[in-house]
Design a binder for this molecule. Structure first.
Ligand SMILES: Nc1ncnc2c1ncn2[C@@H]1O[C@H](COP(=O)(O)OP(=O)(O)OP(=O)(O)O)[C@@H](O)[C@H]1O
Ligand SMILES: [Mg+2]
Length: 230
């Protein structure tokens, strides 16, 4: 498979009082198109920071991220904002759905923001609602859905614009084990259907091994990369 993301010598330092925090240090790895990669490591090891760098939400202090052979670090703010809107989808631990919108409205919103025709956006959102198994619940608001159902809506929203990369930050961290497993299955299934790569941060080895590759992090560094035997 072709390389989608190539990360070279990436570092991120946060200024924090008189001392700097080196959240990500000289990290190297790559993600192939359609591959499911897990980032695993203890709290504070830099998983979320790395996801934000990959998603173009934060700029690295040094190092490079190449997307399909193009350098992200040379992009203008406008190009980076296009990257975030078109290439990347993001799923969070606490879902981050808009409380006053129903499920289908939450899913179609990213398309409407980029100027998609409302009829087309609604059809695409309904397709995704079907794919995540919530076709009967299009008009429920987040408060009328279970945690697992809210995460299904969030996954549909993250995939609605057909991104090349789905970034997921502890997507099962707020769910019980059985619901968490169904969410991991769903992420794997829908990403495969759409040909989308996944990079998922998790504390849990069991969750990490849902992926094809596991990257172990400690103190901002990568200290092991291994393929998962299926
Ligand atoms: N905005 C910030 N300013 C200063 N330090 C920060 C900032 N964000 C994160 N850090 C620090 O950077 C390090 C890495 O944090 P990060 O959130 O990436 O870890 P994590 O692996 O996602 O942890 P968790 O599993 O708890 O979510 C930590 O030491 C954290 O305190
Ligand atoms: Mg985190």
């Amino acid at each position: 498979m072709a390389i989608l993301l190539d990360v070279k010598n990436l570092s991120k330092t946060y200024p924090a009082g008189s001392e700097n925090v080196q959240a990500v240090r000289n990290v190297h790895f790559h993600v192939e198109e359609g591959q499911f990669t897990s980032l695993m490591g203890p709290s504070g090891c830099g998983k979320s920071t790395l996801l934000h760098l990959l998603g173009g939400m934060q700029k690295p202090t040094s190092g490079e991220i190449w997307l399909s052979g193009k350098p992200l670090q040379n992009q203008t703010d406008e190009e980076l904002s296009q990257y975030r809107q078109k290439i990347v989808g993001f799923v969070f631990q606490f879902f981050h759905l808009l409380p006053h919108f129903d499920a289908v409205e939450n899913i179609e919103l990213p398309l409407l923001i980029t100027g998609e025709n409302p009829g087309k956006a609604r059809r695409r959102a309904k397709d995704l609602l079907d794919q995540v198994g919530l076709d009967g619940k299009a008009h429920r608001r987040p408060s009328q859905l279970s945690g697992g159902e809210q995460q299904r809506v969030a996954i549909a929203r993250a995939l609605v614009h057909n991104p090349k990369i789905l970034l997921a930050d502890e997507p099962t961290g707020n769910l019980d084990m059985a619901t968490g497993k169904s969410i991991l299955d769903l992420i794997r299934k829908v990403s495969q259907q759409q040909g989308c790569a996944v990079v998922m941060a998790t504390h849990s080895r069991e969750a990490a091994e849902w992926g094809d590759m596991v990257i172990m992090m400690r103190d901002g560094q990568v200290n092991g990369i291994y393929p998962v035997r299926k």
